[in-house]
Design a protein around this ligand. Structure first.
Ligand SMILES: [Zn+2]
Ligand SMILES: [Zn+2]
Length: 546
């Protein structure tokens, strides 16, 4: 049998303990004045002299401070002061703080939780069964909103790893990850989700698989491809937030345009050594990414028009030194901004948060919105067509569009289409019809003399082309894309909704694919069949620049 030591505490120590407990509970707040001695004495049911002795003890431990002529003020309770306050309050805390039942019977004493807001009634979660249970205590976290959220993570490198890890831990319901790269040894030093055995595997696939491991309730999907050319706009359209974990300007610019066109917010992150930045762009609220580009950056980007194949090659080769520490700081901030967006909370739209790990400084600067910025388009109503990029030909699509917009209607491609490669030295012409992304820098050279060939490209399909029998996919239009057409007076928008089920499903690594209830499938509206112009409900009107 254990013998408990007899406690030898003076009355004033007990009173000091009671007051310390009330401070820890939050009954008496830091920097606020304690009640007058007379009132406090009545409240605690002690004599004036015991109370004064108790206040002196608390004062010696710097838990409270006397201001001559005014009274006693509670001091901020941190570090060693917190421990002292706990010690003093020990006998009291057992009765005053442990009000809630808990499974273990023990709960460390500490400041009282923030009051529960009216909007969020307090639920007592089962922490032994509910993985997200502790989040119920976060005043702003809303389980249903987070579970319903669809988030697109672009890039599965160091930042993408961190972001997906955080989103998964926080209970985000649907995550789609796109990346065109495979894992190599050097990625292992800064990517929390990669393992040595993942060498040569697709980054997006491994990140998705690990997310599913972390939280099997998360629905994941991965796309192995280039975000600038292989991501249908219909995917962006169905997302709540897009998080850019990119390492190049070109891809950022594309994501910025896509997000803006679809009216979706996106969170950009960038890291280099110990520096990082986070930016939230919300269409219609302040500057967009393109607004932030300097004249020099614009000139660099213009390079792709003068020598597109080379520019593309350089982007793919660009490597920036990064560290796992900066990646986790910036990735965490990006995830947090995304969660705020999901909750409809305020975000620093159109601003940049700079983080400098060398001196641990952070500062926020606002960008100026440019009225002449080319990204500031938002698509109008979208006509959903029951068509697929794989099976529909340019001719078939043009027919529908011309019924809708008139004979002069043309399709505007988002990716340049290479029509021919000409060698001026050898006088040879290669009539290749390929999307620019599929023509390598090497292929740009003449196979005979090795000189750079002249590239003829277009981004318009008028109906005069000789290759109208080609499928949309073969000219670089991704599945579930939303195409843009105009008749010189207005733009209308057409989605390849026939691709929806296969293209956006969030069903990777689900063991019970067949059991996934239908309501989990994404369906926006009903596909529209166009038979005659009169029946066509397309109302997606955007006037050409006025
Ligand atoms: Zn802009
Ligand atoms: Zn040649």
């Amino acid at each position: 049998m254990k013998i408990q030591p007899v406690q030898q505490k003076s009355l004033s120590e007990i009173v000091a303990g009671k007051i310390a407990a009330l401070i820890l509970e939050g009954e008496f707040l830091p920097n606020h004045q304690l009640p007058a001695e007379r009132d406090l004495g009545v409240q605690l049911d002690v004599s004036r002299s015991s109370l004064r002795e108790a206040l002196k003890i608390l004062g010696e431990h710097k838990l409270i401070e006397a201001r001559p002529g005014v009274g006693w003020f509670v001091q901020p309770i941190e570090g060693s002061k917190f421990i002292k306050a706990q010690e003093l309050a020990q006998s009291e805390l057992r009765v005053t703080v442990h009000k809630e039942p808990s499974s273990t019977g023990e709960r460390p004493p500490g400041p009282r939780r923030l009051p529960v807001t009216k909007d969020k009634p307090l639920k007592i979660p089962n922490l032994s069964k509910d993985r997200l249970g502790t989040f119920e205590f976060i005043s702003w976290w809303e389980r249903d909103k987070v579970a319903a959220a669809k988030v697109l993570v672009v890039g599965a490198g160091a930042l993408g790893n961190e972001v997906v890890k955080n989103l998964t831990l926080m209970g985000v319901g649907q995550i789609l990850i796109i990346d065109f790269d495979t894992i190599e040894a050097a990625n292992l030093s800064r990517s929390v989700l990669f393992r040595e055995t993942d060498n040569k595997k697709k980054k997006s696939q491994v990140v998705a698989a690990r997310a599913k491991e972390i939280n099997p309730n998360t629905k994941v999907q991965y796309l192995y491809g280039d975000v600038t050319t292989e991501l249908g706009l219909g995917i962006i359209r169905r997302m709540d937030v897009i998080i850019g974990c990119l390492d190049n300007r070109e891809a950022r610019l594309e994501i910025n345009r896509f997000a803006h066109w679809m009216g979706k917010p996106w969170v950009d992150g960038a890291i280099q050594e110990l520096l990082g930045l986070v930016r939230v762009f919300v269409p219609g609220e302040g500057a967009c990414y393109e607004c932030t580009l300097t004249e020099q950056a614009r000139r660099d980007l213009a390079l792709r028009y003068s020598c597109p194949l080379l520019a593309r090659q350089n982007i793919l080769l660009g490597k920036v030194p990064t560290t796992p520490t900066t990646a986790s700081i910036i990735g965490a901030m990006q995830s947090q901004e995304a969660l705020k967006l999901i909750h409809g909370m305020e975000v620093p739209a159109g601003k940049v948060i700079h983080y400098n790990g060398l001196n641990n400084q952070m500062h926020t600067t606002a960008y100026t919105r440019r009225d002449d910025c080319e990204s500031h388009w938002i698509y109008g109503d979208i006509t959903e067509l029951p068509l697929s990029a794989q099976t529909t030909t340019l001719k078939e699509l043009l027919k529908i569009i011309k019924i809708d917009l008139g004979e002069e209607a043309v399709i505007e491609l988002d990716q340049e289409l290479v029509l021919k490669l000409e060698c001026k030295h050898c006088n040879t012409t290669d009539n290749t019809i390929s999307p620019m992304s599929q023509v390598s820098f090497e292929a740009g050279h003449c196979p005979n003399c090795g000189n750079m060939r002249e590239v003829t490209m277009t981004h318009l399909i008028t109906g005069e082309e000789s290759f109208l029998g080609r499928t949309l996919a073969s000219v670089g239009i991704p599945p579930l894309h939303i195409l843009r057409a105009n008749n010189t007076e207005e733009y209308r928008f057409y989605e390849l909704t026939g691709d929806l089920e296969e293209t956006l499903h969030f069903k990777h690594f689900e063991n019970t694919v067949d059991q996934v209830p239908v309501r989990d499938r994404i369906k926006i509206g009903k596909p529209i069949k166009i038979k005659s112009p009169a029946q066509n409900p397309a109302a997606g009107k955007i006037k050409l620049k006025d």
